[in-house]
Each structure stands twice: as C-alpha cells, then as structure tokens.
Design a binder for this molecule. Sequence first.
Ligand code: ATP
Ligand code: MG
Length: 234
Amino acid sequence: MLLIAENIFASYNKKPILYGVNLQVKCGEIVTIIGPNGSGKSTLLKVLAGHLKTEHGKITFNNENITLLEPHQHINKGIAYLIQGGKVFPSLAVQDNLRLAGLKISKKEFTSNIQWIYELFPKLRELKTRRAGLLSGGEKQMLAISMILVHKPKLLLLDEPSAGGLTPLLSKEVFTTIKRINDEEQISIILVEQNIREAISIAHSTYFMKNGKAMYCENPLKNLTNVMFEELIV
Ligand SMILES: Nc1ncnc2c1ncn2[C@@H]1O[C@H](COP(=O)(O)OP(=O)(O)OP(=O)(O)O)[C@@H](O)[C@H]1O
Ligand SMILES: [Mg+2]
C-alpha cells in the first residue's frame, strides 16, 4: 500500500469538516474521490498534502508516518499537490514557471523531466516563451499540472484538474493525460473530480464523500444509485 489515511478528522477554526475519513491508495493506482460540493474533498487533499493537520488519525506513506510533516516535506517524499484552481505565476513565461517549480532538483533531472512533460503536453513546448498570464484556461491548467510533475512524484493529488472552463475536448485530453501519467510512469494518483463518469472510467478505485465522510464504492458505475448521480451532476 502506498498511502493509508486512517481516521482523519479536520476542522477550520474549530468547525469540524472531516469526520474520520479512511482511504487507501495502492502503488500504481488511480483513486478518484467524488461527492457533492462542500462534502470535504478539497479539505481531505489539503490534509494529505500537509497543508492542514489532522486532529486525530494517522497518515502513512511508503510505510512511513507522515502525519505531522510540513508541506515541503511531503514534496520531498514524493507527494505533489494540485490545488483547486491551479497556481501559476502570471508574469513569468511558461518555461520560467517550470524552472521555478524545479529549482530544488538537479539540472540533469530537470532536463530529463521537462522532456517528458513536453511530450505529455506538446502545446506547452510551443508556448514556452509565452507569459503564463496570457494562457487560456486549459493551457494554464496544463502548466499548473506540469509544475507539480517536474519532481516526478510518486503520488499526485489532483483537485479538479478538468475544471476551469475547459471545453469538453480539452477536458477529455486532461483525463487521457492523467491516464498516461499513471500508465507510463506508474505514478499513483488521487483524483478529485466533478466529471464523475470520466473520473470513474479511468480510476481503479472510487470513494464517495458526503458530509465529511468517505465511503469506498465497489463497482461504482453499477452501484452508485441514480439518486447519487443526480445529486452530483448540477
Ligand atoms: N479555508 C476555509 N475556512 C473555513 N471553512 C472552509 C475553508 N475551506 C473550506 N471550508 C468549508 O469546508 C467545507 C468543505 O469544503 P471543501 O472545499 O473541502 O469541499 P469540496 O468537497 O472540495 O467542495 P467543492 O466540490 O465545491 O470543491 C465547506 O463547508 C466549506 O465551506
Ligand atoms: Mg473542492
């Protein structure tokens, strides 16, 4: 098992949001988390990335207890986090955003990883000298994903990578790329998504979150009731 989150509780200013979440990710697996707005999906990713501390419970990554580690230590361990909405530096060129994201790795490693990133997102190679602030929503999202891939992480935490007003075609491309990242490099992925059918179709496991609790879904396409889908598709 790559990641085991046990009995995760979390609050904002003493207001409880997560109530004992359990979640597991196997090596090489895509796990998707779906659920209604406000159910705690982003909060759970924040906890797993070290941006918010769990009040009880334990997080084990690669057989190591990482519960109390800070966000930069998560990055060093191989956990990369795409925050909801993504984050790029608008005044810098695409290639400088990538360089900045890769400051901590060796030049050799950076050069090889950047090759791989440009293969995943050929569009970014074409746009490498363009300022990030001038990119379209989809291109910006590709850059934000690339910036967290620069370290070749073991686990990717993706908070709604297909959001941000992407056209259906671009959104489909994002899912295809996520699948490639997983297939080609065996990078494990936790994928929080509103596009639930697409997410489920590329995931090996699915969790459904509601009111701060996560439920493992066996055979999600079959077993998620229409009621759940209706609630999710707004
Ligand atoms: N920084 C914050 N401070 C206080 N409350 C917050 C904060 N961030 C989120 N919340 C609240 O925590 C709850 C869970 O939010 P969260 O962002 O985890 O939900 P979500 O499942 O990701 O929703 P969405 O699908 O809309 O992205 C919501 O009620 C939200 O208003
Ligand atoms: Mg969210």
